[in-house]
Design a protein around this ligand. Structure first.
Ligand SMILES: [Zn+2]
Length: 346
Protein backbone atom coordinates (compact mmCIF):
# COMPACT_ATOMS: atom_id res chain seq x y z
CA UNK A 1 0.00 0.00 0.00
CA UNK A 2 2.79 2.41 1.00
CA UNK A 3 4.68 1.68 -2.24
CA UNK A 4 1.53 2.32 -4.23
CA UNK A 5 1.00 5.72 -2.59
CA UNK A 6 4.64 6.72 -3.25
CA UNK A 7 4.25 5.60 -6.87
CA UNK A 8 1.07 7.67 -7.30
CA UNK A 9 2.75 10.67 -5.60
CA UNK A 10 5.74 10.37 -7.95
CA UNK A 11 3.38 10.22 -10.93
CA UNK A 12 1.60 13.36 -9.76
CA UNK A 13 4.87 15.25 -9.29
CA UNK A 14 6.13 14.21 -12.74
CA UNK A 15 2.84 15.15 -14.37
CA UNK A 16 2.89 18.54 -12.58
CA UNK A 17 6.45 19.18 -13.75
CA UNK A 18 5.72 18.16 -17.32
CA UNK A 19 2.72 20.42 -17.29
CA UNK A 20 4.69 23.40 -16.02
CA UNK A 21 7.33 22.86 -18.72
CA UNK A 22 4.57 23.01 -21.32
CA UNK A 23 2.93 26.07 -19.72
CA UNK A 24 3.77 29.40 -21.23
CA UNK A 25 6.75 30.89 -19.43
CA UNK A 26 5.45 34.41 -19.97
CA UNK A 27 2.88 34.03 -17.20
CA UNK A 28 5.02 31.96 -14.86
CA UNK A 29 7.74 34.27 -13.57
CA UNK A 30 6.58 37.25 -11.49
CA UNK A 31 6.71 40.41 -13.57
CA UNK A 32 4.92 43.64 -14.43
CA UNK A 33 2.58 43.64 -17.38
CA UNK A 34 0.92 46.58 -19.12
CA UNK A 35 -2.33 48.29 -18.28
CA UNK A 36 -4.90 47.42 -20.95
CA UNK A 37 -5.80 51.06 -20.97
CA UNK A 38 -5.19 53.81 -18.44
CA UNK A 39 -7.66 52.19 -16.02
CA UNK A 40 -7.61 48.38 -16.26
CA UNK A 41 -5.06 45.68 -15.36
CA UNK A 42 -5.27 41.87 -15.34
CA UNK A 43 -3.35 39.58 -12.96
CA UNK A 44 -2.74 35.90 -13.63
CA UNK A 45 -0.11 33.19 -13.17
CA UNK A 46 0.19 29.72 -14.65
CA UNK A 47 1.13 28.74 -11.08
CA UNK A 48 -2.52 29.18 -10.04
CA UNK A 49 -3.27 25.85 -11.63
CA UNK A 50 -3.94 22.97 -9.26
CA UNK A 51 -2.91 19.77 -10.92
CA UNK A 52 -3.26 16.51 -9.13
CA UNK A 53 -2.59 13.82 -11.71
CA UNK A 54 -6.18 14.06 -12.97
CA UNK A 55 -7.73 13.47 -9.54
CA UNK A 56 -8.65 17.16 -9.32
CA UNK A 57 -11.47 16.33 -11.74
CA UNK A 58 -13.20 14.46 -8.88
CA UNK A 59 -13.87 17.80 -7.17
CA UNK A 60 -17.00 19.83 -8.06
CA UNK A 61 -14.95 23.04 -8.30
CA UNK A 62 -13.36 23.36 -11.73
CA UNK A 63 -9.94 24.62 -10.66
CA UNK A 64 -8.83 24.62 -14.31
CA UNK A 65 -11.28 27.45 -14.99
CA UNK A 66 -8.63 30.12 -14.41
CA UNK A 67 -6.48 28.73 -17.20
CA UNK A 68 -9.48 28.29 -19.53
CA UNK A 69 -10.50 31.92 -18.97
CA UNK A 70 -6.97 33.22 -19.51
CA UNK A 71 -6.45 31.17 -22.68
CA UNK A 72 -9.76 32.28 -24.17
CA UNK A 73 -9.04 35.96 -23.41
CA UNK A 74 -5.70 35.62 -25.20
CA UNK A 75 -7.04 33.60 -28.14
CA UNK A 76 -9.86 36.12 -28.65
CA UNK A 77 -7.21 38.89 -28.63
CA UNK A 78 -8.88 40.66 -25.72
CA UNK A 79 -5.64 40.32 -23.80
CA UNK A 80 -2.00 40.08 -24.87
CA UNK A 81 0.26 37.77 -22.89
CA UNK A 82 2.54 40.73 -22.29
CA UNK A 83 -0.35 42.69 -20.70
CA UNK A 84 -0.64 40.26 -17.81
CA UNK A 85 0.85 41.13 -14.42
CA UNK A 86 2.24 37.97 -12.80
CA UNK A 87 2.24 37.83 -8.98
CA UNK A 88 4.76 36.64 -6.41
CA UNK A 89 3.77 33.94 -3.94
CA UNK A 90 2.25 35.40 -0.74
CA UNK A 91 4.56 35.26 2.28
CA UNK A 92 3.68 33.44 5.50
CA UNK A 93 4.16 36.74 7.39
CA UNK A 94 1.40 38.30 5.28
CA UNK A 95 -0.92 35.33 5.88
CA UNK A 96 -0.25 35.60 9.63
CA UNK A 97 -1.81 39.08 9.71
CA UNK A 98 -5.17 37.30 9.34
CA UNK A 99 -4.77 33.55 9.89
CA UNK A 100 -3.14 31.66 12.77
CA UNK A 101 0.22 29.95 13.01
CA UNK A 102 -1.54 26.74 14.03
CA UNK A 103 -3.48 26.88 10.75
CA UNK A 104 -0.23 27.19 8.79
CA UNK A 105 1.16 24.23 10.76
CA UNK A 106 -1.95 22.19 9.93
CA UNK A 107 -1.21 22.55 6.21
CA UNK A 108 1.62 20.07 6.72
CA UNK A 109 -0.96 17.38 7.50
CA UNK A 110 -2.62 15.86 4.45
CA UNK A 111 -5.63 14.84 6.51
CA UNK A 112 -6.35 18.47 7.51
CA UNK A 113 -5.86 19.81 3.97
CA UNK A 114 -8.22 17.14 2.63
CA UNK A 115 -10.92 18.37 5.05
CA UNK A 116 -10.38 22.05 4.18
CA UNK A 117 -10.68 21.30 0.48
CA UNK A 118 -13.48 18.74 0.80
CA UNK A 119 -11.33 16.40 -1.29
CA UNK A 120 -11.01 13.34 0.88
CA UNK A 121 -8.85 11.38 -1.56
CA UNK A 122 -6.05 13.82 -0.70
CA UNK A 123 -5.65 12.51 2.85
CA UNK A 124 -3.51 9.64 1.62
CA UNK A 125 -0.94 11.77 -0.17
CA UNK A 126 2.43 12.86 1.23
CA UNK A 127 2.49 16.46 2.43
CA UNK A 128 5.31 17.46 0.02
CA UNK A 129 3.04 16.56 -2.90
CA UNK A 130 0.19 18.62 -1.46
CA UNK A 131 2.48 21.60 -0.90
CA UNK A 132 3.67 21.68 -4.49
CA UNK A 133 0.46 20.77 -6.26
CA UNK A 134 -2.21 22.34 -4.01
CA UNK A 135 -1.00 24.74 -1.32
CA UNK A 136 1.42 26.76 -3.43
CA UNK A 137 -1.19 27.48 -6.15
CA UNK A 138 -3.46 28.92 -3.45
CA UNK A 139 -0.54 31.03 -2.19
CA UNK A 140 0.07 32.39 -5.69
CA UNK A 141 -3.65 33.17 -6.04
CA UNK A 142 -3.47 35.13 -2.77
CA UNK A 143 -0.38 36.94 -4.03
CA UNK A 144 -2.50 37.73 -7.10
CA UNK A 145 -5.22 39.41 -5.05
CA UNK A 146 -2.57 41.49 -3.28
CA UNK A 147 -0.99 42.48 -6.60
CA UNK A 148 -4.43 43.34 -8.04
CA UNK A 149 -5.05 45.55 -5.01
CA UNK A 150 -1.84 47.50 -5.60
CA UNK A 151 -2.71 47.85 -9.29
CA UNK A 152 -6.27 48.99 -8.56
CA UNK A 153 -4.88 51.75 -6.35
CA UNK A 154 -2.62 52.83 -9.22
CA UNK A 155 -4.89 52.38 -12.26
CA UNK A 156 -8.49 52.07 -11.00
CA UNK A 157 -9.68 48.55 -11.88
CA UNK A 158 -7.85 45.23 -11.57
CA UNK A 159 -9.03 41.68 -12.22
CA UNK A 160 -7.33 38.72 -10.57
CA UNK A 161 -8.20 35.65 -12.66
CA UNK A 162 -8.57 33.71 -9.39
CA UNK A 163 -9.14 34.63 -5.73
CA UNK A 164 -12.26 35.32 -3.70
CA UNK A 165 -11.60 32.49 -1.22
CA UNK A 166 -14.26 33.74 1.14
CA UNK A 167 -14.79 30.64 3.29
CA UNK A 168 -11.22 30.63 4.70
CA UNK A 169 -11.33 31.10 8.49
CA UNK A 170 -8.66 32.53 10.83
CA UNK A 171 -7.90 29.07 12.23
CA UNK A 172 -8.74 26.75 9.33
CA UNK A 173 -9.56 26.34 5.67
CA UNK A 174 -13.11 25.56 4.66
CA UNK A 175 -15.25 25.03 1.56
CA UNK A 176 -12.32 24.73 -0.89
CA UNK A 177 -10.69 27.88 0.51
CA UNK A 178 -7.32 27.92 2.25
CA UNK A 179 -6.08 31.51 2.45
CA UNK A 180 -8.31 34.52 3.14
CA UNK A 181 -6.90 36.38 0.15
CA UNK A 182 -8.98 39.57 0.42
CA UNK A 183 -8.56 40.16 4.20
CA UNK A 184 -4.84 39.36 3.79
CA UNK A 185 -4.49 41.95 1.00
CA UNK A 186 -6.42 44.56 3.00
CA UNK A 187 -4.27 44.07 6.13
CA UNK A 188 -1.08 44.30 4.09
CA UNK A 189 -2.13 47.56 2.40
CA UNK A 190 -3.21 48.99 5.74
CA UNK A 191 0.15 48.04 7.30
CA UNK A 192 1.85 49.93 4.46
CA UNK A 193 -0.49 52.93 4.97
CA UNK A 194 -1.75 52.60 1.40
CA UNK A 195 -5.40 52.42 2.48
CA UNK A 196 -7.50 53.04 5.55
CA UNK A 197 -10.90 51.63 4.70
CA UNK A 198 -12.17 48.79 2.49
CA UNK A 199 -15.52 47.45 1.31
CA UNK A 200 -16.07 43.81 0.27
CA UNK A 201 -19.06 43.18 -1.99
CA UNK A 202 -19.59 39.42 -1.93
CA UNK A 203 -21.91 38.33 -4.74
CA UNK A 204 -21.08 34.61 -4.70
CA UNK A 205 -24.21 32.61 -3.93
CA UNK A 206 -22.66 31.27 -0.72
CA UNK A 207 -22.22 33.59 2.25
CA UNK A 208 -18.71 34.99 2.75
CA UNK A 209 -18.59 33.41 6.21
CA UNK A 210 -14.79 33.29 6.39
CA UNK A 211 -14.45 36.94 5.37
CA UNK A 212 -17.04 37.90 8.00
CA UNK A 213 -15.15 36.10 10.78
CA UNK A 214 -11.67 37.25 9.67
CA UNK A 215 -12.83 40.89 9.74
CA UNK A 216 -15.53 40.76 12.42
CA UNK A 217 -13.92 43.16 14.90
CA UNK A 218 -12.44 45.42 12.27
CA UNK A 219 -14.05 48.87 12.12
CA UNK A 220 -12.08 49.81 9.00
CA UNK A 221 -13.64 47.18 6.74
CA UNK A 222 -17.24 46.70 5.68
CA UNK A 223 -18.32 43.19 4.71
CA UNK A 224 -21.44 42.83 2.55
CA UNK A 225 -22.72 39.44 1.44
CA UNK A 226 -25.71 38.74 -0.81
CA UNK A 227 -26.37 34.99 -0.76
CA UNK A 228 -28.93 32.22 -0.81
CA UNK A 229 -30.27 31.57 2.67
CA UNK A 230 -31.00 27.85 2.64
CA UNK A 231 -27.63 26.48 1.48
CA UNK A 232 -24.07 26.18 2.86
CA UNK A 233 -22.82 27.70 5.10
CA UNK A 234 -25.36 26.84 7.77
CA UNK A 235 -25.42 28.49 10.24
CA UNK A 236 -24.32 31.77 8.67
CA UNK A 237 -21.80 34.12 10.24
CA UNK A 238 -22.49 37.83 10.68
CA UNK A 239 -21.24 40.21 8.01
CA UNK A 240 -21.71 43.96 8.44
CA UNK A 241 -24.65 43.56 6.08
CA UNK A 242 -26.16 40.25 4.95
CA UNK A 243 -28.98 39.92 2.46
CA UNK A 244 -30.51 36.49 2.05
CA UNK A 245 -31.92 35.64 -1.37
CA UNK A 246 -34.77 33.28 -2.15
CA UNK A 247 -34.37 30.26 -4.44
CA UNK A 248 -35.41 30.89 -8.03
CA UNK A 249 -34.58 34.60 -8.11
CA UNK A 250 -34.11 35.98 -11.63
CA UNK A 251 -31.89 38.74 -13.04
CA UNK A 252 -34.42 41.57 -12.58
CA UNK A 253 -35.20 40.65 -8.97
CA UNK A 254 -31.48 40.36 -8.21
CA UNK A 255 -30.60 43.71 -9.81
CA UNK A 256 -33.33 45.47 -7.87
CA UNK A 257 -31.77 44.41 -4.54
CA UNK A 258 -28.21 45.16 -5.62
CA UNK A 259 -29.10 48.56 -7.10
CA UNK A 260 -31.05 49.52 -4.00
CA UNK A 261 -28.13 48.73 -1.70
CA UNK A 262 -24.99 49.65 -3.65
CA UNK A 263 -24.98 53.48 -3.29
CA UNK A 264 -25.74 53.28 0.45
CA UNK A 265 -23.06 50.62 0.97
CA UNK A 266 -20.42 52.83 -0.59
CA UNK A 267 -21.65 55.87 1.31
CA UNK A 268 -21.66 54.15 4.71
CA UNK A 269 -18.33 52.35 4.29
CA UNK A 270 -16.53 55.25 2.58
CA UNK A 271 -13.91 52.86 1.15
CA UNK A 272 -10.44 53.55 -0.26
CA UNK A 273 -10.79 50.28 -2.17
CA UNK A 274 -13.65 47.92 -3.11
CA UNK A 275 -13.37 44.15 -3.60
CA UNK A 276 -15.88 42.13 -5.61
CA UNK A 277 -16.26 38.43 -4.81
CA UNK A 278 -17.74 37.63 -8.20
CA UNK A 279 -18.82 34.00 -7.89
CA UNK A 280 -21.01 32.87 -10.76
CA UNK A 281 -22.85 30.16 -8.82
CA UNK A 282 -25.90 32.44 -9.03
CA UNK A 283 -26.27 30.99 -12.54
CA UNK A 284 -29.41 28.99 -13.33
CA UNK A 285 -28.60 25.27 -13.08
CA UNK A 286 -25.61 25.58 -10.74
CA UNK A 287 -25.50 22.21 -8.92
CA UNK A 288 -24.81 23.79 -5.50
CA UNK A 289 -27.45 26.54 -5.55
CA UNK A 290 -30.83 27.41 -7.04
CA UNK A 291 -30.95 30.97 -8.33
CA UNK A 292 -32.12 31.61 -11.89
CA UNK A 293 -29.68 34.20 -13.18
CA UNK A 294 -28.55 34.14 -16.81
CA UNK A 295 -24.99 34.47 -18.09
CA UNK A 296 -25.82 37.94 -19.37
CA UNK A 297 -27.31 38.84 -16.00
CA UNK A 298 -24.08 37.94 -14.19
CA UNK A 299 -22.06 39.91 -16.76
CA UNK A 300 -24.28 42.94 -16.08
CA UNK A 301 -24.10 42.40 -12.30
CA UNK A 302 -20.28 42.60 -12.26
CA UNK A 303 -20.26 45.65 -14.52
CA UNK A 304 -22.89 47.39 -12.40
CA UNK A 305 -20.52 47.39 -9.41
CA UNK A 306 -17.41 48.31 -11.41
CA UNK A 307 -19.20 51.12 -13.22
CA UNK A 308 -20.34 52.60 -9.90
CA UNK A 309 -16.78 52.42 -8.51
CA UNK A 310 -15.44 54.09 -11.66
CA UNK A 311 -18.10 56.78 -11.42
CA UNK A 312 -17.12 57.49 -7.81
CA UNK A 313 -13.39 57.12 -8.54
CA UNK A 314 -12.89 54.27 -6.06
CA UNK A 315 -10.28 51.59 -6.88
CA UNK A 316 -11.90 48.19 -7.41
CA UNK A 317 -10.56 44.62 -7.47
CA UNK A 318 -12.49 41.78 -9.10
CA UNK A 319 -11.97 38.20 -7.85
CA UNK A 320 -13.69 35.12 -9.26
CA UNK A 321 -14.72 32.87 -6.31
CA UNK A 322 -17.20 30.02 -6.98
CA UNK A 323 -19.30 28.61 -9.82
CA UNK A 324 -19.89 24.90 -10.27
CA UNK A 325 -21.77 24.42 -13.50
CA UNK A 326 -19.86 23.21 -16.56
CA UNK A 327 -20.31 26.62 -18.09
CA UNK A 328 -19.00 28.57 -15.07
CA UNK A 329 -15.66 29.41 -16.67
CA UNK A 330 -17.42 30.80 -19.75
CA UNK A 331 -19.68 33.05 -17.66
CA UNK A 332 -16.63 34.57 -15.99
CA UNK A 333 -14.78 34.83 -19.31
CA UNK A 334 -17.80 36.76 -20.67
CA UNK A 335 -17.82 39.05 -17.66
CA UNK A 336 -14.10 39.86 -18.00
CA UNK A 337 -14.55 40.35 -21.77
CA UNK A 338 -17.33 42.82 -21.06
CA UNK A 339 -15.24 44.70 -18.48
CA UNK A 340 -12.34 44.98 -20.96
CA UNK A 341 -14.64 46.17 -23.76
CA UNK A 342 -16.57 48.61 -21.58
CA UNK A 343 -13.44 50.19 -20.13
CA UNK A 344 -11.81 50.44 -23.56
CA UNK A 345 -14.77 52.56 -24.60
CA UNK A 346 -14.58 54.97 -21.68
ZN1 LIG B 1 -20.04 29.88 -3.91
Amino acid sequence: MEKLIILIAAFILVSCSLHSIKTNKQVKTPRDGKAINSKLTVVYSSKYLIKFGGLEKLHPFDIRKYKKIYKKLVSEKLLNQSDVFVPEIISEDDILRVQSRSFLQSLKKSRDVAVYLEAYFMRFFPSFVLRKSIINPFKYATGGTLLSSRLALKYGVSINISGGYHHAMPDRGEGFCLFADIPIAIKKLQAENKINRALIIDLDIHQGNGTAVCLQDDETTFTFSMHQGNIYPIPKEKSDLDIELESGMNDAEYFKILQENLPELIKVSNPDIVYIVGGCDTLKGDPLASLNMTEQGIVQRDWLVIEECLRQNIPVVMTLAGGYSKNAWHVQYSSIKNIIEQIKNI
